[in-house]
Design a binder for this molecule. Structure first.
Ligand SMILES: [Zn+2]
Length: 306
């Protein structure tokens, strides 16, 4: 089980009062530094290449993120998405982590699962826009790597972040080789995620309501999303692992606990073992209560290690 990260991901500076802070990733890395996780094979994330990014983003967007280097101050791409002097490097390493993890599970016999502890997160970034704290769509760049570089014909993306992964949906709207399955709170940012948003039949949106918790979450995945992913027979399972559906999260109103993240992770591992030769790559998305994020990510990684 591999852990991909890079210190540059801590240098994406969103300003003093931003929920998507370097402290989030620092807390995740601190908990994964305990003896309990000593068996993790730690690998420094490489940079994604421009060509890898251009598979899912248009040229103007890639250029805006990579070439707009603010001198000593933060620039805002939208109300909540910042670009600081360290952001381009962080974004390249975050996307590059998922590419490297996908390469590792698809080409080496001994690596089956990986977790990318990175930021900025990715699932709100569309083909042409940075938004919702996201610069490049890391999980989408990884899915494209699996299809283009490895010739995969069926890649599943499971997204349990509390916010809808509108960017991933946007990028793969016409792409039947990708199945995108998401549970999320609605109404909530970014506003999309209705069940009738189906793309080419490859988009599965399952909204939950404020106050919903463990029971409905498990019922949704167990009774509906997981069977549909199984029926798709994915060759690779990617996970947009956001932990902001936790009951303590300040940006949303669902009531999950870290044990729910252990549960969904074990289910996805089992699915990957059955259909995808065990190949599963997970990448960090949201989670804004630092303590809840650390314990939830720890539960997730622990289940990935089993
Ligand atoms: Zn989120």
């Amino acid at each position: 089980m591999r852990l991909y990260t890079h210190p540059a991901c801590l240098q994406h500076d969103t300003g003093p009062h931003h929920p998507e802070s370097p402290a989030r990733l620092a807390a995740v890395l601190r908990v994964l530094d305990r003896d309990h996780y000593a068996a993790l094979d730690r690998v420094e994330a490489p940079r994604a290449t421009r060509d890898q990014l251009l598979r899912v983003h248009d040229e103007a967007h890639v250029q805006r993120v990579l070439d707009t280097v603010p001198m000593g101050e933060t620039q805002w791409l939208d109300d909540d998405t910042a670009l600081s002097p360290g952001s381009a490097e962080a974004a390249l390493r975050a996307a590059g982590a998922v590419v490297a993890a996908v390469d590792a599970v698809l080409s080496s016999g001994h690596v089956r699962r990986a977790f990318c502890a990175v930021r900025p997160p990715g699932h709100h970034a569309t083909r042409s826009e940075a938004m919702g704290f996201c610069l490049f769509n890391n999980v989408a760049v990884g899915a494209a790597q699996a299809m283009v570089a490895h010739g995969l014909r069926r890649v599943a993306i499971a997204d349990f972040d509390v916010h809808h992964g509108n960017g991933t949906q946007d990028i793969f709207w016409h792409e039947p080789r990708v199945l995108f399955a998401s549970s999320h709170e609605m109404p909530l940012y970014p506003g999309s995620g209705n069940p009738d948003e189906r793309g080419a039949g490859n988009i599965l949106n399952r909204p939950m309501s404020a106050g919903d918790g463990s029971y409905l979450f498990r019922e949704l995945w167990e009774g509906d999303l997981l069977p549909r992913i199984r029926a798709f027979r994915p060759q690779l399972v990617l996970v947009s692992a956001g932990f902001d559906a936790h009951q303590n999260d300040p940006l949303a109103n669902l009531c999950l606990g870290s044990e729910d993240y252990a549960w969904i992770t074990a289910k996805l591992v089992e699915l990957a073992n059955h259909h995808a030769e065990g190949r599963l790559v997970s990448t960090l998305e949201g989670g804004y209560d630092v303590a809840a994020l650390a314990s939830s990510a720890a539960a997730h990684v622990e289940a990935l290690m089993e």
